[in-house]
Write a protein that binds this ligand. Sequence first.
Ligand SMILES: Nc1ncnc2c1ncn2[C@@H]1O[C@H](COP(=O)(O)OP(=O)(O)OP(=O)(O)O)[C@@H](O)[C@H]1O
Ligand SMILES: [Mg+2]
Length: 399
Amino acid sequence: MNAKRPRVQVRGLTKIFGDEAGAALPLLKAGQSRAEVQKATGAVIGLQDVSFDVDEGEILVVMGLSGSGKSTCLRCINRLIEPTSGSVLVDDTDVTALNERELMEFRRTRFGMVFQQFALFPHRTILRNVEYGLEVQGVAPDLRRDRALTAIETVGLKGWDQHYPSQLSGGMQQRAGLARALALDPDVLLMDEAFSALDPLIRRDMQQELVALQRRLKKTIVFVSHDLDEAIALGGRIVLMKDGRVVQQGTAADFLANPADDYVRRFVEHIDVLGVVTAGDAMRMPAAVKPWQSTAAEALAILIQSGEPVVTVVCHEGRFQGTVDAETLKQAGDTELRLLLSDREACVPGTATLNDAVAKLASGRGEIAVIGPDRELKGVIANADLVAALARRRSETTH
Ligand SMILES: Nc1ncnc2c1ncn2[C@@H]1O[C@H](COP(=O)(O)OP(=O)(O)OP(=O)(O)O)[C@@H](O)[C@H]1O
Ligand SMILES: [Mg+2]
């Protein structure tokens, strides 16, 4: 991970609903369970000691079943709900320490929020809806129009600015809601079940677009969802909540490889392993690697000893160049490997999923390279490794 400070730091957030919050907190701190505290005081524990970081430019998904505390958590970040204890830091600012006036200003300039209900004004055009936040900020009409139109274009609604919300489909209205948040150019976007009301196909499109948009705009996004598939589609880290607490945080692949408890194990039981485990997770060190100026005879000796299906060939700087199989080597004597290379494309980045790896393996010669951003060789995956990885996951989730 990078050594950079996270953009958002959530520390020990606790939220107790009800008039008896004051009486409930000491009981909770003394180790009583949520149910015990509720029974004794009538107070509902919405959140209990929730901590996580969100890095700059990351989409962090807060996931959990209904009532697990996701919305409470999101709303405590910008204090739409006042936390009972704990703190939220955005860069250097302790949001929980701001007075009311400072908080309003901070919310307006640093946070954007998108809800499941699009909450557009029905009698305003899309343009005027998207302009709304800028209008409240007192931005001059010309400038706010420009910024609103840019945001409308960003979310793919160009040409719809003079329409009214009722003339747009649900998906388009949600785009308008997103444009309204983006027009303010916030550092941190808080999205609560933003796509949950959309049809499955449109929802999937929106997920992909959000990922693309986020790469381009480098926003920091906290995205609440009860849907594991959605969390996986958004591709980042997941904070999994249950009964107001964090059960585990990490990537979906982490949850699969090292589930914190049975709850997490059950949660990821039906996960599509090929879609979440990355090539980097599944790769191993290759036993037959040769620089490209080596001879075929040298490579053949190593290949036979290794049991690999092909020799992986790298340049003198360690970048993947291609592979050569035993048949080719046997007939090539002292020829240099660089003249025998094939399969320059038999490789995937470490961040690719096993789905991508499978496609490459199917069209290749039984082994592919896993490479870094400059094509440097990181490892390999052979057919057998893939089968072993799948078998491992299967036995983990069925026991
Ligand atoms: N204003 C409130 N007063 C009392 N209890 C509340 C209040 N808001 C939320 N709760 C309780 O806090 C817990 C967490 O609620 P929250 O809305 O954060 O859940 P959620 O994970 O967002 O659920 P969903 O997926 O249904 O939106 C629930 O038990 C809920 O009943
Ligand atoms: Mg909710």
